[in-house]
Design a protein around this ligand. Structure first.
Ligand code: PLP
Length: 372
């Protein structure tokens, strides 16, 4: 990212960590196919198995439970399409990689509502489990990519198990930001993606409880226990492992996010921070200043050197209101003003200052034009 830019869109893609960069380059230069029996092949295999151990150690799971994939989207698809279930239950705020995969199975999909703070309604989950026919897969994310709101996944897994259902958790946004331990979540499957925590793009993982049968989506070689055949992305995995090992030691992120929110509230007292009453990731702030359209604000911020996201999804040229904010009951007009600021390991106090000052200029211009 350019030195003069202020990058606050780490939930989209975090900046590559120096540790990941070094590991990736070293593996790229080393070469070798991990399926080959010769020395070069064995060296590539060691790189992959080191990455597997680094992820297993962070999660407190067995290395053989980890299937490496091309990212979070593929891991979610393998989990949802490959599970031996008759129906799927998902929270209303899941990522499209869960929702669209669930729809694509052709199986019945039940959507469980969330509260105004964005937290899953556990009574409605219970009712959904009791109302449908056949074994269910419950898919609930650990942390939301737009708002950072965390879900009570351990509780979800417990309720699901009481109904003989499987649980999948998309933990893509949580890893590296909050502790993620396999046993504590109680889920049967967990999804991860390297580029959200400072690793390279195009690499991820699905962690599957030992003994759980999954039908693979693709067929070919014997890699990744046949769950994800195809030559592994060895350099990418080296970067993933190094990023995982380096992440999670950054208390400054929460301090800076909290400072951003207090400065924002001081600047514009009418600001609304979505999910502020819920447990949230320490790096995310989703907010709206009523009357200031997000699309325009994101463009002005970009021109001012600050990279953030809008809270609405732009598909086929039309800006659609965020399904996450809609599920939280946010008024569509306010949802159209939602901006997401997400911090990462490389964020500095100067970045926060730049962002607040740039937002201040937008608010000032808005007030002036409203007064004119
Ligand atoms: N799940 C969540 C919660 C995400 O935020 C993302 C990325 O946007 C994904 C899944 C998809 O991950 P990937 O970009 O690695 O395919």
């Amino acid at each position: 990212m350019g030195a003069t830019r202020t990058y606050l869109d780490h939930n989209a893609t975090s900046s590559l960590r120096p540790e990941a960069h070094a590991a990736l380059l070293a593996a790229l230069e080393q070469g070798g196919n991990a399926s080959s029996a010769h020395e070069e092949g064995r060296a590539a295999r060691r790189v992959i198995e080191t990455a597997r151990e680094q992820l297993a150690s962070a999660l407190g799971c067995l290395p053989q439970m980890i299937t490496f994939t091309s990212g979070g989207t593929e891991a979610n698809n393998i989990a949802i399409k490959g599970a031996a279930v008759e129906r799927i239950i998902a929270s209303a705020v899941e990522h499209p990689a869960v929702m669209a995969a669930a729809q694509a199975t052709g199986k019945p999909v039940q959507v469980v509502p969330v509260s105004a703070e964005g937290v899953i309604d556990l009574t409605a989950l219970q009712a959904a489990l009791e109302s449908g026919e056949g074994r269910a897969l419950v898919s609930v994310m650990l942390a939301n990519n737009e708002t950072g709101v965390m879900q009570p996944v351990a509780e979800v897994s417990r309720i699901a198990a009481e109904h003989d259902a499987l649980t999948h958790c998309d933990a893509v946004q949580a890893l590296g930001k909050v502790p993620v331990r396999f046993a504590m979540l109680g889920a049967d499957m967990l999804t991860f993606s390297a580029h959200k925590l400072g690793g390279p793009q195009g690499v991820g993982a699905l962690v599957v409880r030992d003994g759980l049968a999954l039908e693979p989506l693709t067929h070919g070689g014997g890699q990744e226990l046949r769950r994800r055949p195809g030559t592994e992305n060895t350099p990418g995995l080296a970067g993933f492992g190094a990023a995982v090992a380096a992440a999670g030691k950054e208390p400054h992120i929460k301090r800076l996010r909290d400072a951003f929110e207090s400065e924002l509230q001081a600047l514009v007292p009418e600001v609304i921070i979505f999910g502020a009453g819920a447990e949230r990731l320490p790096n995310t702030c989703s907010f709206a200043v009523p009357g200031i359209a997000a699309e325009l604000a994101v463009m002005s911020l970009d021109l001012d050197g600050v990279a953030v996201s809008s809270g609405s999804a732009c598909s086929s040229g039309k800006v659609a209101a965020s399904h996450v904010l809609t599920a939280m009951g946010v008024d569509p007009e306010l949802a159209a003003c939602a901006i997401r600021v997400s911090l990462g390991w490389s964020t500095t106090p100067e970045d926060i200052e730049q962002a607040v000052q740039a937002l201040g200029r937008i608010v000032e211009r808005h007030k002036n034009s409203a007064a004119a």
